[in-house]
Ligand binder design. Sequence first.
Ligand code: FES
Length: 76
Amino acid sequence: MTSKNRARNKSKKSKKEKLICYCNKIPLRVVEEAIDNGASSLGDLFDRTQAGCGPCGGSCQPELRKLLAKKLKPKS
Ligand code: FES
């Protein structure tokens, strides 16, 4: 593996381990997997991951909505 590939893989991994819900320590990867496995609303994400229902009152919900919109957007 070249150093360029290693750097790319490291960058991908760190992106995937980025937390999206700090209250419940839910990584972006977990939310993306939930959407890939059928979550299609904030309620679904709450039920499957606990993201968005922490003591802050849901400050991550706008980001969760963006992810849902992006991943559920019909491909044209
Ligand atoms: S950061 Fe997600 S509920 Fe607080």
